[in-house]
Design a protein around this ligand. Sequence first.
Ligand code: PXG
Length: 292
Amino acid sequence: MPLKIYIDGKFYNKKDAKVSVLDHGLLYGDGVFEGIRSYNRLVFCLEKHIDRLYKSAAAITLKIPITRKEMIKAVCAALKKNRLVDGYVRLIVTRGEGDLGLDPRKCKGNARVIIIADKIMLYPRKFYDAGLSIITARTQQNPIETLHPGIKSLNYLNNILAKIEAVNGGHEEAIMLNTKGYVTECTGDNIFIVKNNVVYTPPASVGILMGVTREMVIGIAKKKKIKLTQVPFKRNRIYTADECFLTGTAAELIPVVKVDGKKVGTGLPGKTTAIFLQEFKELTKTCGTKLS
Ligand code: PXG
């Protein structure tokens, strides 16, 4: 069965799912997106993703043409239409079709909603078992005074430049520092370290995407009475940490065992990371919106 893709209220076969070359999402990266996952027909934290989508849109003065309720329905419909039990949804809202000028007013409120529901592509198992080796990128995080990293916009070039550095060095991910040298996040994941049984993750103020998985990890720490603090830190704190892990919708929680060629802790995935991963797996069975 060909993939059925939602564009503005209708489903199209993949080969017919097309948008204009004058769409400002394509011309300028003018739009926002979300990556959402379903586990056994439970759309994980769907409302949180929808909230973030509408927040991102508001931050770029993009008016989404449908209500949150309609959006939730459409995401569920896209998963059902493609008979996905464990799926991945890419939800995209672009400024829509305009002309060659970058003035968003030319798009005349044609904002376009696209929903692609497909199978999830995961990091290979070996990375969960052995942990990732990552680097610090020379490409810095966008300062919060520019395109705020908390906005999940279609303009991911900065992250892609950092990702290219990682890939060129034979790594899977790269840490981006802010202009003051503080650790922010990776190109598609938030970052956590553990030192002496305390968990640390960078706060919003350094410039990060407020990850849904990150929020779940913070909740798990509370529940398990593990001390977790959101404080700025520099990369030397990762080099001397006992454990490090990344969080993201696609990756879930993935251990990091090497940063910039230096072993983190014992150089093996840590026990605190394992506890969080175990608890997270439980949440994927209960947190979200069940497909009817
Ligand atoms: N930081 C950034 C910059 C992200 O893009 C996260 C953190 C984690 O957020 P969530 O809410 O997923 O826990 C993300 C999300 C990809 C891809 O293809 C990555 C994301 C989203 C969609 C696709 O690598 N990362």
